[in-house]
Ligand binder design. Structure first.
Ligand code: FMN
Length: 161
């Protein structure tokens, strides 16, 4: 629908990590994809190895939706801290102050720097289900482009033939 309405180039965002996703986004009318979580699980990402390993270990169910009650929904990695945020937020009388200490940016920074996942929340999408390694950015992009080209050439090419 956005492709019908929007006159400027669009990047699709959320859930992308491989060539199939890129081709799907191009089919829907985007010019390309934006990848958040997938780029965090690369050699160059300036975050602790433990966090990168967690993206590989987690599957698509390894997330929690938080802040919905506060009209600012965010999807973050599932850990004991985000589980606790969900638990506290389920209280009908919950206010942001109840969870502030758990979701503080400083705590999230500590997770990324120390690799101690029990210290706070960290961003992670359902695309974790597609993350199985920690390549360099060059390797990742080369792979995505090669896979996308193979789909267009072989799968779509065969359909046209
Ligand atoms: C390191 C990082 C920081 C992020 N920061 C924010 C943020 O400040 N606000 C927000 O709404 N989403 C944030 N996100 C979520 C991104 O909007 C989301 O990851 C993006 O849609 C790409 O989706 P993907 O992670 O499935 O590729 C962040 C994601 C990552 C990986």
């Amino acid at each position: 629908m956005a492709a019908d309405k929007v006159k400027i180039p669009m990047l699709a965002s959320g859930g992308f990590g491989d060539g199939r996703g890129l081709v799907a986004a191009l089919s829907l009318g985007a010019e390309g994809v934006n990848m958040g979580t997938r780029f965090c699980a690369t050699k160059e990402a300036p975050i602790h190895e433990n966090v990168k390993a967690k993206y590989v270990e987690n599957d698509e169910r390894g997330t929690n939706l938080i802040f919905r009650k506060f009209h600012n929904t965010a999807r973050v990695g599932k850990n004991e801290v985000s589980d606790e945020v969900v638990r506290l937020s389920a209280n009908p009388d919950a206010v942001f102050e109840d969870i502030r200490h758990l979701v503080a940016g400083a705590a999230g920074r500590e997770v990324l720097e120390s690799g101690d996942l029990s210290k706070g929340i960290f961003w992670a999408g359902m695309v974790q289900g597609l993350i199985h390694d920690i390549p360099t950015c060059q390797e990742l992009i080369d792979r995505i482009i090669a896979d996308a080209e193979a789909i267009v050439k072989n799968r779509f090419g065969a359909m046209l033939a």
